[in-house]
Ligand binder design. Structure first.
Ligand code: AMP
Length: 433
């Protein structure tokens, strides 16, 4: 029986990973320009962290978490993180960051896990990068996170995104909206799915998030929270939209937009990308002003977003006209060592260490291949230099250094070869293919 990777979990081979690394490097560069510092938290967290933050009546907590624990000790139950906001809030509190400074800008890159039905763009282990700006209620910061999300996509060369924006209000607006929603839904309860009927009882806002086609007609007729925002929330939202407008960041108001996690307050947004197909959300975020206090911290305004790296990669593939079929990656070297006879393999192996210690990527053959095959390998690895170990040169403590670009060669003492390569190279490690 062949053992395969678990459903919805992908291997990243070196060729594909080379593309990922470029994306990650660009993400890190843009994050730094907005003043965000990187944070890493464990893959596993206490289950209660997600139940209390993401929300008990959400799809994530109800159906999608990978939870491990002991039936007799529920307090030991741990869950593979389905998202990273709650872990970061937990880490901020655990390390008393708010006692040190009231405001923190943090970004992350890492894996998240949800037991969803796998399909294109929807995995069970996926990767997100995102930001959390903690310690401010300013609506301008909401706009800045949206600007940053757009800036990252644009730095990656993805320009066809749409930003959908809404406000989900605060506890005050929601209390009155909850009553209205329940009133309006009551006559239609027979027409919505079983999940929605249960949501109606447990957390009626989650009904708005139901993706079932059969529920959409009912949901679309429901009133919008926009009509029930309190004056403060209306004012906050007005500044967000005005700031985006002033900075020329296009967005589409979407009064029906709710996000699948309960901790959001006020601003919520989602970025979609047209080439992604059914799973067209590339990122999403919003404000979560109650989460820090919920975990025992001081009242702390906070806002952030997360983007799916696999979906970014899919959008980039589509833009490039399909996934690179030639992803069978080679790791290029600067120097390849060839031996003319077997007796010289040991000294060549010793010399490789010297080259590598000088920081120069170098490789050689381990399979006793012919000189011709060794040269083919040098070419495949795009070596700019070949050091040829022959008996005659070796007897004089020397070897031949061939420049593959110049098509020239010279015999040099072994001690001089590394310095000669360093002097000639201008820093790039790969020969242009
Ligand atoms: P969410 O936390 O659900 O708002 O997700 C934020 C982003 O993560 C989404 O816009 C997607 O790009 C990505 N994402 C969420 N769930 C998955 C998944 N199951 N597979 C791949 N990407 C996902």
């Amino acid at each position: 029986m062949k053992i395969k990777a678990p459903a919805g979990m992908e291997d990243l081979l070196p060729g594909r990973l080379a593309h990922w690394r470029k994306v990650e490097d660009k993400v890190r560069r843009v994050m730094a320009t907005y003043g965000y510092g990187e944070i890493r938290t464990p893959m596993l967290e206490a289950t209660s962290l997600f139940v209390r933050s993401v929300g008990e009546a959400t799809d994530i907590v109800e159906k999608e978490m990978y939870t491990f624990g002991h039936a007799n000790a529920p307090e030991d139950s741990v869950t593979l993180r389905p998202e990273l906001t709650a872990p970061i809030v937990r880490a901020c509190l655990e390390h008393s960051l708010f006692a040190k400074r009231p405001f923190h800008k943090l970004f992350y890159l890492g894996a998240a896990f949800r037991r969803e039905r796998p399909q294109k763009g929807r995995l069970r282990q996926f990767h997100q990068f995102g930001v959390e700006a903690l310690g401010s209620h300013s609506p301008v910061l909401d706009a800045e996170t949206i600007e940053l999300a757009v800036a990252v996509l644009e730095a990656l060369g993805l320009r066809e995104h749409t930003v959908r924006l809404n406000s989900t209000g605060c506890a005050t607006c929601r209390n009155s909206f909850r009553v209205v929603l329940r009133e309006r839904l009551t006559p239609d309860l027979e027409r919505v799915c079983e999940d929605c009927r249960s949501r109606f009882e447990r957390n009626v806002f989650r009904v708005l998030d139901c993706k079932r086609d059969s529920c959409r007609p009912v949901i679309q007729r429901l009133p919008s929270i926009q009509e029930h925002l309190c004056a403060d929330c209306r004012g906050h939202h007005a500044v967000v939209t005005a700031t985006l407008g002033e900075h020329g960041i296009p967005f589409t108001p979407d009064p029906l937009l709710v996000r699948g996690l309960d901790y959001y307050t006020r601003t919520v947004y989602e970025l979609t990308y047209p080439t992604l197909g059914a799973q067209n959300a590339i990122g999403g975020g919003g404000r979560y002003d109650n989460l820090v206090a919920e975990f025992g911290g001081p009242p702390t305004g906070a806002v952030g977003f997360a983007m799916g790296i696999e979906r970014v990669m899919l959008a980039l593939d589509a833009q490039a006209g399909g996934r690179d079929a030639n992803e069978d990656h080679i790791t290029p070297v600067a120097v390849y060592l060839c031996t003319v006879e077997d007796a010289l393999r040991a000294p060549a192996f010793a010399f490789a260490r010297r080259v590598r210690q000088a920081g120069i990527p170098c490789d050689l053959d381990f399979e006793g291949k012919s000189l011709k095959a060794q040269m083919r390998n040098a070419d495949r690895l795009r070596a700019r230099w070949v050091v040829m170990f022959g008996p005659e040169e070796w007897s004089r403590g020397a070897a031949k250094l061939k420049s593959m670009q110049e098509k020239s060669e010279e015999t040099l003492p072994l001690d001089a070869i590394v310095a000669r390569i360093q002097a000639a190279d201008t820093g790039s490690t790969a020969r242009t293919p």
